[in-house]
Design a protein around this ligand. Structure first.
Ligand code: PTT
Ligand code: SF4
Length: 611
């Protein structure tokens, strides 16, 4: 089957065994790869209600047909599991050499199950798979672990690993890769830790199967060059993702003080210009000619790579406006393997709770040294860190009263760094994201603010959220490729259909790819329903505080304005209607059948009715 190696590698850590498994062309046609493969495997193999941190959960590393091929920005991988933070399907997409090496080793993905009796790491070289003791690296941060692996296997190996956060099952622990990247916000690093798995090291030497390798090579290398040239012309990588910070501050959408405020006069101190001026190194994922990873020295003189989300959540959201100190917090998150977005959200929620008098504690907004200590306590689950390691939804439930209103999360996942107090479309994007409040599914904010009336709740906003989800949460997550050339450089989405067809020898249109996106989104919702048969639309709501008039800004462009709950409900209705979902936000039977999900619909009906 061209385009896929056709093989998955299943590794059982309980028995210490590994076996190669083939998948059918029908499976590839229905789910394509990445998020599609991961979701379908977890759907088929996990019993509903299992403990995400127990041995029954499975860790999936899933690649797609264009992952790792020589074409723009294809060095990405999806890591997935049932999420310990949300309880639903969870995944993340990170830049890593593992993508290239695993495909060259002959696999389109890994299924890791069971639990090792003591800490181990997995070493894969083509057909050889070893499960080796990790005693020397267990307990170490990701940097030291990376160095240890580099020394042993050389810098050409693909590596995924976890820090102390994953080992100690912090619910928002991520998986890290050597390129400075991190992924799996919904606690996929904690799932890896729960299996006593410290790292995965991969090296491959085979060819990636393609229908027309010569044509792909030509197309890919020309396009890599073109993307690099466009990037130089537009200058996007000069500030990278942090180019957006000053704009968000201007339009009152920056996270400040647990998202109670939307802008700050000191925001310029941590903006894209300052970041670029402090740059000491630039990093990129494999196969990328628009390298966007900007590294600077942190307060302690260590190298720390910063993106906008890190700066927004660990900087302005905590009212910390020293870039080198923000870089220190970011370094700690990277080293402990904690998601920066959730870490910033949790610390913001905690400072806010103390401020409101809901809990007693000694952390204030702006207190960077205490923030550093709290990250350490969290990673080791010591003292109050054990509480912070649970994430803001569980923390709020434990605190009680109306605390949940102030937890800036959806479905348990902390919101990325966009303050949507008065941005209905982006609030819908967070609310409808099937893995919780991640911006990756639909970053509608720029379109919404620059091209629509900000205060409209019309169905065109729901349509735009879905259009973006089909591409971002859909195509890029199942063919598995970085979406930045398309978003930041205007690279036409048709290019990806072209790569797909050149590799597979098929003749798919964008409409065919969108259909796979819709199938995936509907199955993610069925996954939720199977886990929570009493599912209702309240799980698809943004944080309550965004509806609270008492929380409206008192000055600036949106002074006195806040989201309107009734209008938001109508917007959500429009979203469900376009998707063919019922008023609960669950696919109807008709939609499920149209998308080829008859078997899955029948399975879910053992637990709850479909309309
Ligand atoms: C993503 C989320 C993001 S999204 C950022 S910064 W961003 C944070 N990065 C973290 C980090 O770093 N260290 C850490 N300890 N925690 C972190 N948490 C946060 O995780 C690199 C880029 C970025 S930078 C983005 S938007 C795009 N994301 C893509 C995506 O999701 N899919 C896709 N097909 N292409 C993408 N391209 C871009 O990749 P999660 P990464 Mg990450 C150090 O994975 O779980 O989705 O969380 O993947 O390789 O670091 O992203 O302003
Ligand atoms: Fe990685 Fe950035 Fe390149 Fe995307 S644009 S592949 S995130 S370096």
């Amino acid at each position: 089957m061209n385009g896929w190696t056709g093989k998955l590698l299943r590794i059982d850590l309980t028995t210490g065994s590994a076996k190669q498994e083939s998948f059918s062309e029908e499976f590839a046609r229905s789910w394509v790869g990445g998020r599609g493969f991961a979701l379908k495997i977890l759907w088929d193999e996990l019993k509903p209600g299992i403990d995400p941190l127990g041995p029954e959960n499975k860790l999936i590393v899933a690649l797609g047909p264009i992952a790792g091929i020589p074409a723009p920005n294809t060095g990405k991988a999806v890591v997935a599991a049932k999420s310990p933070l949300t309880g639903g399907y969870g995944d993340g997409n990170l830049g890593t050499r593992v993508t290239v090496e695993l495909r060259k080793a002959g696999y389109d993905g890994l299924i890791i199950e069971g639990k090792a009796s003591s800490p181990v790491y997995i070493h894969i070289v083509d057909d050889r798979v070893e499960i080796l003791p990790a005693d020397e690296i267990w307990g170490k941060g990701t940097y030291e672990t990376n160095d240890w692996i580099y020394k042993k296997y050389g810098k050409g190996a693909g590596v995924l690993n976890i820090g102390q956060g994953g080992e100690n099952k912090v619910r928002y622990a991520v998986i890290r890769s050597l390129e400075g990247r991190a992924g799996g916000r919904p606690g996929i690093g904690a799932v890896m830790g729960s299996k006593n798995l410290k790292a995965i090291v991969v090296k491959g030497s085979k060819d990636i199967p393609m229908a027309d390798p010569q044509a792909m090579k030509k197309l890919g290398s020309e396009d890599l060059k073109k993307v690099g040239e466009i990037d130089k012309k537009t200058g996007w990588s000069i500030q990278g993702t942090n180019a957006v910070l000053s704009w968000l501050n201007e339009v009152a959408a920056l996270p400040v003080r647990n998202m109670r405020k939307t802008s700050h006069p000191d925001a310029w101190k941590i903006d894209g210009q300052r970041l670029n001026a402090a740059r000491i190194a630039t990093y990129g994922c494999p196969n990328c000619t628009m390298r966007c990873g900007i590294a600077i020295h942190d307060h302690e003189g260590r190298e720390s790579e910063l993106d906008y989300e890190n700066i927004g959540m660990l900087g302005s959201n905590l009212e910390i406006f020293d870039l080198d100190q923000v870089a220190s917090l970011n370094y700690l998150c990277d080293d402990y393997g904690l998601d920066t977005i959730s870490a910033g959200g949790v610390l913001g929620f905690y400072a806010d709770a103390i401020d409101r008098g809901a809990v007693v504690g000694d952390f204030k907004f702006g207190d960077v040294e205490r923030a550093k200590e709290l990250l350490r306590l969290t990673a080791y689950r010591e003292g109050v860190g054990d509480f912070l390691a649970e994430g803001s939804r569980i923390m709020a439930q434990r605190i009680g009263g109306n605390s949940l209103d102030y937890a800036i999360q959806v479905k348990g996942l902390e919101c990325s760094a966009y303050n949507c107090k008065y941005i209905p479309g982006m609030a819908l994007a967070f609310a409808s994201s099937p893995i919780g409040a991640h911006h990756k599914e639909s970053w509608v904010i720029m379109f919404e603010i620059t091209q629509t009336p900000r205060d409209s709740y019309g169905p065109e906003k729901a349509q735009k959220v879905i259009d973006l989800q089909r591409i971002r949460g859909g195509i890029f997550e199942f063919i598995v490729s970085c979406r930045f050339p398309w978003i930041e450089l205007g690279w036409d989405i048709q290019h990806y259909a072209d790569y797909f067809n050149t590799i597979t020898g098929w003749n798919w249109t964008l409409a065919d790819l969108y259909r796979v996106s819709d199938r995936i989104y509907s199955l993610m919702k069925l996954f939720w329903l199977r886990e929570s048969p009493n599912w209702d639309r309240s799980m698809d709501y943004p944080p309550q505080v965004w509806f609270d008039p008492a929380n409206a800004d008192t000055e600036g462009p949106i002074a006195g304005l806040i989201l309107d709950r009734n209008k938001f409900d109508k917007l959500l209705d429009s979203y469900y209607e376009i998707r063919g979902w019922d008023k609960r936000g669950i696919p109807t039977k008709k939609t499920a059948l149209e998308l080829g999900l008859a078997k899955e619909a029948a399975e879910v009906e053992k637990y709850a009715k479909l309309e």
